[in-house]
Structure formats: C-alpha cells, structure tokens
Design a binder for this molecule. Structure first.
Ligand code: GLN
Length: 536
C-alpha cells in the first residue's frame, strides 16, 4: 500500500471495555488479509512507563524484546498478531513530558514558551508517525488509553483531531462505548454513548465507527438510534457482545464486518475473506479439550487476575495446543505460611505447581514451602524469575543445609547469598527502567529437560530482574543435583536450573510467558503441561 493508514481507537463511558482486545482483533483481521499492521498504545498517566507500577494498579507489566516495560495490552497485541512490539509501541504522558522537558533544559526551544499545543501534541504526533514513516506498516492502530472526557486524555484527542485533519481519508477513529441494560426497564440505553460521542465532538473529533460493548444483544433499532444521534452510518455501528473467551472476539468482529467497514472508510479496496483457518482451529481445540490438568500458580498478587496475565494466557495457548484444558488455581503465597498442613491440603491435589515472578519479601516463605512440597513429592514444578530464585534458596536451605541461605533482595545480611545483586546493578539508585530488561541469549545444555522442551541449544528470552544466581555456589549445587542447564553465553549468568532426580523441576531466570502467542505456544509451557498430565 502506498500510504500508511492510521486507525485510532478511543474509549467512552467507562474504562475496562476492552479497547486492547478490539484493537488486537482488528489487527488480526487485517493481518489475515495480508496487510502489515502494528498497534501502539498511549497511556495518559504521568509515570514514564508502567515498570514502577504495582501490579494491583494496572495488572502485569509486559516486557518487549528491546527491554521496554509496557502496558499489558501490548501482550494482547503480540498474542493475537504473533508480531513482536517495541518501546515505540507504548508511550505514556510521562514519557512525552520527559522528552519535552529534557529538550527545554537543553535550550532546544530557543527561548519559546513551551505549551501543550503545539509542543505536547507535536511530540505525540511524532511518536504516532514514527511507526508509519519507517514504511514497514500498511496500518498503524493507535489505542488511546483512558476514557474520552478525562482531563489527562485531552492532548491525545486533540492530536487525533489534528491528524484526521491532516491525513483526511488516511485516518479514522473507532470509538468503543458501553450500552448498558437497565433490568428494571428491560431496555438497552444509548444515552451514555450519545454523551460520550458529544464529548468527542466538543473536542472536534467525529468518530467514524462506533463499537458498542453490551451484555445483551443490540437490537436493530438501537443501532439505528446510535447511528442517527452519533452521525455515523448505520453499517458503522458494530456490536461487541460478551463472549466466553477473548479469542472469540476477532470472529465476532469479522461477523459484524469491522474489517470491511474500516477498509472501506480508509478507501482500501477489499476482496474475499481473511484467512483465519489456524485461528478457528485454535478455537475449536480450546472448546473441545480431550483432557484436563490442575495447575497451581503460587504468587502474591493473586487477587488480581491481570497481575499474571501473560502466564495465564500462555497456559491457554500451550494447553490448547495439547488439547488439554488447564485449570489454573491461583494460590496466595502468604496463605501457605500458616502451617505445613495447609501447604499439603492446598497443593496435594495439584498436577503441577508454578511459582510466579515477583518483588519483595511478602509471602516469600509461602513460595519456599510450595517449592519444598513440589520437590519432595515429585510434583512437576516450574519457577519463573523469583520462582526460580526461591527454588535455589529452598535447595540451599534444605538440601545443602545452609539454613540462612537467601536472596540478598530479601535478606541483605545473609551468610549464604545464593541469589545476589548483579554487579552492574550495584551502583544503580533509580528504580525506573534500570533492571536487566529485554531479550538475552541463552545456551542450553544438550540432553537436559529444557533442551528437550526447546529442541535447540540457542534460545533468546526476555528478562526483568535485578538479582541472579550466585556462581560462587554453583559447584555445590551441581554436586547435590541442582544443575545449571541454561547459561548466558557472554556473561555466564545462570538462566535455567533443573533437578536431575525429579520428574520435572525447572526454574528459569527469564520470563518465557512474554513470548507465548496463539500461533506459537511456548515450549516450556507445553513441556510443563505434558509433565503435569503424566503425573496425574
Ligand atoms: N525480584 C527479583 C529480581 O529482581 C525477581 C524479579 C522477577 O520475578 N521478575 O531479581
């Protein structure tokens, strides 16, 4: 295609309507028609990136290959489109202001007054266009976080207005809104949608397509009403009903012709249907599993499902690949600290135990108890990042008999710092964006369990941590049966540990969950589920 086309996705009425899923579904439909597509998200908050946010605030922080700490919606983009994202795909208001203020301090504005318009809007525009001008994409889908009408989203909506004005037919806006059902009146109500479109009109933006989230089917006359009062064609009012899995949404959007409406608005000629054979095959297997396993995920943010989003999605991808339904039970690590009996009662019925990533000391003893239980009872175990580090601590304490062993993150004065702060981390004082982040290579030992899972020696996985296995103790660990089977080839950092005498006990310093997609389920999740099925 000659010119990159820009599609903006805004939200009205309330947050959490699933703009990320709609954007990802549209990207999948366009990609399946043979176009190249990328998705970008703007977040209106002032944090420079979500890396410093507690998972209770915004769910998990998703990490890209280039080491960006991003919003979890980027995870959906990658899982749906099987295309990696990067730092350019997630920008916050904080980052925009940081760039502008750094330029201001350098004197780049030559004495001019720095203002929201044009400086902030120009910087937003520049970051939207970066993806288009690289020339790699036919479509750039830009999701604007938050809800239209929020003070924070004003500069973004103004930028959308300017870009629509500049680009004419090459830019459109999809507005996602909510159509509530009033049970007492037995009716769906369009008024909140009308108001949110009015709010956009006040800011100079006319949406081209309105996608309506509703818990009840939207009738024809509701669509007519929304079209009439919101100035959109009747065909451009799209229903987005609740579905039992997010992976159903692309097919719903296909049925509602979202892709066709988008292409026609952008003046792109369409032919035929998108090729969704693989996607449909995935959904068929998802809905028709042949077996089940029960996996426990031990973590400290379990009250909020989104805190472990990529892990739970990775289980869906790998389980579906194996025609196996994974029942994921979220277990609070603090709860396991009460007694050994509780540990046994909670874990004994599980086919596999995963100890999750995390930061800080809360619930750490519960994680260690879960690992001990998995190790001693031959239950398949998978430790990710902090989960791997605690597997090392548990082994040091209970097998190497170093009672005081710990990670220096939890106990800086420990006599046996089996997990230590990385050398380059010692001088760092800023918290934001300073961990070991992004993709690093790892070499796997032939014949090991991880090698069997990946079927290759050289892999690359994403990282997000400050602490690491302390190689000073490696020999002692290996002598007693915990061996390092994955090593970073340049720094010699231990990336994978496993137990030689256990059916399946693997701890990884990296985050495999970030690379799992519908199209390419992750080999470690596949091998873990296989091991769990065998242990039933
Ligand atoms: N807190 C640990 C570290 O910083 C583990 C991090 C994680 O699990 N992502 O090394």
């Amino acid at each position: 295609m000659q010119n990159t086309k820009y599609i903006f996705v805004t939200g009205g009425v309330t947050s959490s309507l699933g703009k990320g899923i709609i954007a990802s579904s549209l990207a999948l439909l366009l990609k399946s028609r043979g176009y190249s597509v990328t998705i970008q998200k703007f977040d209106p908050y002032l944090n420079v990136d979500p890396g410093t946010l507690n998972p209770y605030e915004h769910g998990e922080c998703f990490v890209t290959d280039d080491g960006a700490e991003t919003d979890l919606d980027l995870g959906h983009y990658e899982r749906f489109t099987n295309t990696p994202t990067s730092q350019a795909n997630n920008v916050t208001t904080g980052r925009i202001y940081q760039t502008i203020l750094e330029k201001e301090r350098k004197g780049d504005y030559l004495g001019g007054t720095v203002q929201v318009i044009p400086h902030v809007t120009d910087e937003i525009k520049r970051r939207i266009k970066i993806l288009g001008t690289e020339g790699k994409f036919d479509f750039v889908i830009t999701e604007i976080g938050g809800v239209v009408g929020d003070i924070e989203s004003l500069p973004f909506i103004e930028t959308v207005r300017q870009m629509k004005w500049e680009l004419g037919k090459n830019a459109i806006v999809i507005h996602l809104t909510y159509v509530p059902y009033l049970a007492a009146a037995g009716e769906l109500k369009t008024k909140p949608t009308q108001h949110s479109v009015k709010e956009m009109l006040q800011q100079g933006v006319q949406p081209d397509i309105i996608v309506c989230r509703a818990e009840h089917p939207i009738t024809e006359n509701i669509k007519d009403k929304i079209a009439l009062f919101c100035n959109v064609d009747r065909d451009n009012v799209i229903e987005s009903a609740d579905v039992d899995t997010i992976y159903e949404v692309p097919l719903r959007m296909l049925k509602e012709k979202l892709d066709i409406q988008v292409l026609s608005k952008l003046g792109v000629k369409t032919q035929g249907e998108p090729d969704l054979e693989n996607w449909k095959g995935f959904l068929y297997r998802l809905h028709n599993p042949k077996s089940e396993v029960n996996i426990g995920l031990v973590g400290k943010y379990v009250e909020l499902k989104d805190a472990y989003k990529s892990i739970s999605e990775a289980f869906i991808h790998a389980g579906t690949f194996l025609n196996c339904k994974v029942n994921l039970k979220l277990i609070h690590s603090e709860g396991l600290e009460k007694s050994e009996k509780i540990v046994k009662d909670t874990l004994s019925s599980l086919d596999g135990i995963l100890v999750a990533p995390g930061f800080g000391a809360r619930g750490i003893n519960g994680k260690i108890s879960a690992i001990k239980y998995a190790r001693e009872n031959n239950i398949p175990f998978f430790g990710i990042c902090l989960g791997m580090q605690m597997a090392v601590v548990e082994f040091a304490r209970n097998v190497l008999k170093k009672k005081d062993a710990h990670s220096v993150e939890m106990l800086p004065s420990t006599k046996y710092p089996v997990i230590d702060i990385m050398e380059e981390q010692k001088k760092i004082t800023n918290m934001g964006g300073t961990m070991r982040l992004g993709a690093y290579p790892c070499h796997l030992k032939k014949g090991s369990k991880v090698y069997k899972a990946y079927q290759k020696e050289d892999i690359s996985e994403r990282h997000r941590h400050r602490y690491e296995f302390n190689n000073k103790f490696l020999k002692e660990f290996e002598e007693k049966g915990m061996i390092a089977t994955g090593i970073n080839p340049t720094s010699s950092l231990v990336e994978v540990v496993e137990l030689t005498t256990h059916p399946y006990f693997i701890g990884v310093q990296f985050h495999p969950e970030y690379k799992s997609t519908v199209e390419t389920p992750h080999p470690l999740f596949i091998s873990f589920i296989k091991a769990a099925s065998l242990s039933k």
